[in-house]
Design a protein around this ligand. Structure first.
Ligand SMILES: Cc1cc2nc3c(=O)[nH]c(=O)nc-3n(C[C@H](O)[C@H](O)[C@H](O)COP(=O)(O)OP(=O)(O)OC[C@H]3O[C@@H](n4cnc5c(N)ncnc54)[C@H](O)[C@@H]3O)c2cc1C
Length: 603
């Protein structure tokens, strides 16, 4: 270095010096010094770590990746882990981005969508419960996964693609040294220690939370719920629970037992998920405020709990009690994180090592797909010589904003699960929102660039406001309407024009301009749907003059400026672009509703 340069560097501020060091490190030639130096070390080879490794190699084939996994492979196929149901984002990720289409089609089960049965008449007759689900397969396939089978397949593929996967090994120590070109990790296999070095470290250790604990990033959330689950080595078939011909006749395609079936009640839901290995996974998920964890935290207690709340399910499980394969619990499963990506210090968290919200709607693998996409973007750019400090801050803020928005779908909403009327509309709204916002962003590969487009970023802000207001509206509505609903079928897909349109539109080929236009159109659609829902609910309840609570609530809605805007959009758009109204099961005829809508005035 010349004396001149030495002087100029000495005069730089501390920040500028640090920036220069990072730039020089990024530009440093591949000076990797042997087999213990990697571009990326992924701690944890569960589904998030293994999919990330494959994704990285597919995006940047010469990336040197080491995955360290505590468990030895092959892992048990059926009873390995929880997280067996996928929805569209995860299915697209595994099938189309990672190339697992054949494995999913031949070694796992094609899922027949989500299906819910709401509590009625003591839950002894499935046919008398309100059913919410689809009568036919939506276009984009989703899957039920034997988790061990998936992780074994992912492990095999990692090795085939030149990723070093060491199983039966534990990361014992991580020394983050951002001012050096490589971080240091100590890995133990059997009784032997090995030192490895990584430019980037990704924590995918799930609830072991290696980096979250080390860096004190854990953030509590206001959602407290618990879960218990077990697998039964017998394919319990929910279709065999009744002979009712009308009930059977509702389904035109597919088999109910291949849905993710949910038995819904106040503050809880029970899942039934059929697995390709022939077993069934059964889980209880309940709000901590309504159902004590020690009421179902052992197998005997869980069965007693089912006998009390879900007697028909209990009777079926009891018949196969001798085939129960495992029993697991998770207390207070929901949490968040103060930071998931750091571009300056070259670390990331993905999967449950970062954030876990709630299993309802199966978003776990979706969040993995979204965060892995952002990690791959950062790491590839950084290894290509770019300083990604700012990009990581943007990705980090986006990911945490999305998870906060997603959390509002669950927080304080478990009380609605016993209300078939409100919950039916909520599930349809939540699914539409998932397809039209998160799904569209993911299928169109826009998460990486959301912030670069001012219109899309502004639309996302508007959508956050609408979503949060509608979630609060569901609670307010449930508080003034807890009437029972007869055992009808609510088809959440084919009869609803906007559901088909949002679902089918996921994979459309869109240019940048077309995408921005579609995203804005979806914002208007959600404004219109919110306005349609609120108008219809107000209309249904506005003659309850003798009910002070209902009157006060309607007046509060009528004074709310955001609700006023949503209703105005609905009124403006409904003739030009009408939307199906079968997603609001209110028991009024369309005609009387229409007539009364005209009479409602909004302050
Ligand atoms: C009740 C419940 C139901 C759920 N249902 C669904 C669902 O239906 N669909 C869905 O998509 N998601 C679901 N999820 C979420 C899903 O289970 C998780 O998103 C997913 O399993 C997280 O994967 P992961 O790879 O981040 O963590 P894990 O699968 O836990 O993998 C972490 C890995 O890290 C390894 N490890 C830990 N520490 C170390 C160490 N120091 N060194 C080396 N290795 C280490 C572990 O052995 C493990 O294999 C559910 C979650 C819960 C709680």
């Amino acid at each position: 270095m010349t004396e001149d340069n030495r002087v100029r560097i000495a005069e730089l501020s501390a920040d500028k010096k640090a920036l220069l060091v990072r730039r020089l490190q990024a530009k440093r030639p591949e000076e990797a010094t042997g087999p213990d130096h990697y571009d990326v070390v992924i701690m944890g080879g569960g589904v998030s770590g293994l999919t990330l490794a494959l994704h990285l190699r597919r995006s940047r084939p010469d990336t040197r990746v080491l995955v360290v996994e505590r468990m030895s492979h092959p892992v048990p196929e059926t009873t390995h882990k929880v997280g067996e149901s996928t929805v569209e984002i995860a299915a697209h990720y595994l099938r189309d981005i990672l190339g697992l289409g054949e494995h999913l089609a031949t070694r796992q089960i094609r899922k027949f969508g989500l299906r819910m049965f709401f509590s009625a008449h003591g839950n002894t007759d499935i046919a008398s419960r309100v059913e919410l689900g689809s009568s036919e397969f939506p276009t984009h396939a989703t899957y039920q996964l034997d988790r061990g089978r998936l992780e074994n397949e992912l492990g095999r593929r990692c090795e085939q693609e030149g990723i070093e996967l060491v199983t039966g090994s534990v990361v014992q120590q991580v020394d983050l040294t951002p001012d050096q070109p490589y971080h240091h990790l100590r890995v133990q296999t059997g009784g032997t220690d090995r030192d490895v070095h990584a430019r980037w470290v990704v924590d995918a250790t799930g609830r072991n939370h290696v980096l979250q604990r080390k860096l004190e990033l854990h953030r509590e959330v206001g959602h407290a719920a618990n879960a218990a689950w077990f697998r039964v080595g017998h394919p319990i078939d929910i279709s065999g629970w009744t002979d009712d011909a009308d009930w059977h006749g509702r389904i035109t395609e597919g088999r109910r037992e291949l849905s993710t079936n949910h038995l819904m009640g106040p503050g809880y839901w029970v899942w039934l998920i059929r697995l390709a290995s022939g077993s069934i996974s059964i889980g209880i998920v309940a709000d901590a405020r309504t159902h004590r964890f020690d009421g179902f935290n052992t197998l005997d207690r869980a069965l007693n709990w089912l006998a009390e709340h879900e007697p028909q399910c209990f009777a079926e499980v009891s018949r196969h009690r001798d085939k129960v394969q495992d029993f697991r619990v998770m207390k207070d499963y929901s949490y968040s994180c103060d930071k998931v990506f750091d571009g300056r210090d070259r670390w990331c968290l993905t999967g449950e090592a970062g954030v876990f919200l709630d299993p309802l709607y199966s978003p776990g693998l979706d969040l993995i797909a979204i965060s892995n996409g952002l990690v791959v973007d950062l790491v590839s750019r950084s290894l290509g010589g770019e300083d990604v400090t700012a990009a990581a801050a943007v990705h980090d803020a986006l990911f945490r904003r999305i998870t906060d928005m997603w959390l509002a779908i669950y927080e304080n909403q478990y009380s609605l699960m016993g209300n078939a009327r409100v919950m039916s509309s909520k599930v349809i709204w939540d699914t539409a929102f998932y397809w039209g916002v998160f799904g569209l962003l993911f299928f169109q590969d826009r998460f990486r660039t959301v912030v670069a487009s001012p219109t899309v970023a502004a639309d996302l802000t508007r959508l956050t406001g609408i979503s949060n207001r509608v979630q609060a509206f569901f609670r307010e509505w449930a508080a003034v309407d807890d009437r029972d609903l007869d055992g009808r079928f609510v088809d959440l897909y084919s009869p609803l024009d906007f559901m088909v349109q949002l679902h089918n539109g996921l994979a459309d080929e869109l240019s940048d301009a077309q995408f921005a236009e579609r995203f804005s159109a979806n914002v208007r659609l959600f404004e219109q749907l919110a306005g349609q829902l609120i108008t219809t609910v107000i209309d249904t309840h506005q003659d309850r003059y003798d009910d002070d609570r209902a009157v006060a609530q309607i007046q509060a809605w009528q004074r709310d400026p955001l609700i006023g805007e949503l209703i105005a959009t609905y009124r403006r758009e409904r003739h030009r672009r009408p939307t199906s109204d079968g997603w609001m099961v209110l028991g009024t005829t369309a005609d009387s509703r229409q007539r009364q809508i005209e009479e409602v005035s909004y302050a």
